[in-house]
Design a protein around this ligand. Structure first.
Ligand SMILES: *Cc1c(COP(=O)(O)O)cnc(C)c1O
Length: 227
């Protein structure tokens, strides 16, 4: 078997064992920097969910790869680039402003579709520029501007833990994100079943993330190898 497929199959097997076959998260194969030749074997194996973090790279791959792939945009997205991915993207993971949401809504409408989005929360102690705190998220969700957006669907939250060997810190950060998910769910999406996703966990920390309730893990190097 192809090494990349083998890596994915092993991760799937691990997840099933650890979770007793219940609530297995979606595995997003993060293919950034890897060429088509490395992605195609996974597609032919039947894998559907792929993640990219650069608009140009994603568009280039989407144009030549099969059209039934579910593409997840997982990086920071600039408003002026939304139009390039709006025709096809399945989910945008790192939404952190009303400005970006409005642009996604506008481009989704132009394409006569609804785009699923996750609100990105800042949970790491690193000085990352990106991600909301709870108050900012609540301000967005309770604004009049937000209520008018008909072509986006907020389907959950996303976050990145600190890059550290301290597993308890990582676990605490994932717990914080789960708490944000629950607060936002109960205040704004209590009866909305679409709001269901907790996108957390990467190659280095997905084992902790699944114990804390992750529904989507974004795994690159553990599948494709080092970048
Ligand atoms: C690159 C990236 C990943 C995957 O990282 P790995 O450590 O290779 O698994 C996950 N999420 C985001 C937002 C990324 O940019």
């Amino acid at each position: 078997m192809h090494k990349i497929i083998n890596n994915l199959v092993l991760i799937e097997k691990n997840l099933k064992e650890k979770l007793n076959n219940n609530n297995i998260p979606i595995i997003i194969a993060v293919s950034k920097t890897f060429p088509m030749s490395e992605i195609l074997p996974l597609i032919n194996h039947g894998h559907e969910h792929f993640g990219e973090n650069k608009v140009q790279e994603l568009v280039g791959k989407q144009e030549v790869l099969p059209t039934d792939i579910e593409w997840h945009f997982i990086g920071h997205l600039q408003s002026n680039k939304v139009k390039y991915i709006a025709p096809f993207v399945s989910m945008i993971h790192a939404v952190d402003s009303i400005k970006l949401l409005k642009e996604i809504n506008k481009q989704a409408k132009k394409n006569d579709r609804t785009i699923s989005c996750l609100l990105q929360f800042h949970i790491a102690d690193e000085q990352s520029k990106f991600g909301l705190d709870l108050e900012e998220a609540q301000n967005i969700l309770s604004s009049n501007e937000f209520v008018e957006l008909q072509n986006i669907s907020i389907v959950g939250v996303m976050g990145m833990a600190t890059f550290t060997d301290d597993q308890e810190q990582v676990r605490d950060e994932f717990k914080t994100l789960e708490n944000y998910f629950n607060v936002v769910k109960s205040h704004f999406f209590k009866y909305n079943h679409a709001f269901e996703h907790l996108s957390m966990g990467m190659s280095g920390d997905y084992k902790i993330a699944i114990e804390e309730g992750s529904t989507m893990i974004r795994v690159g190097s553990s599948i494709f190898g080092a970048r």
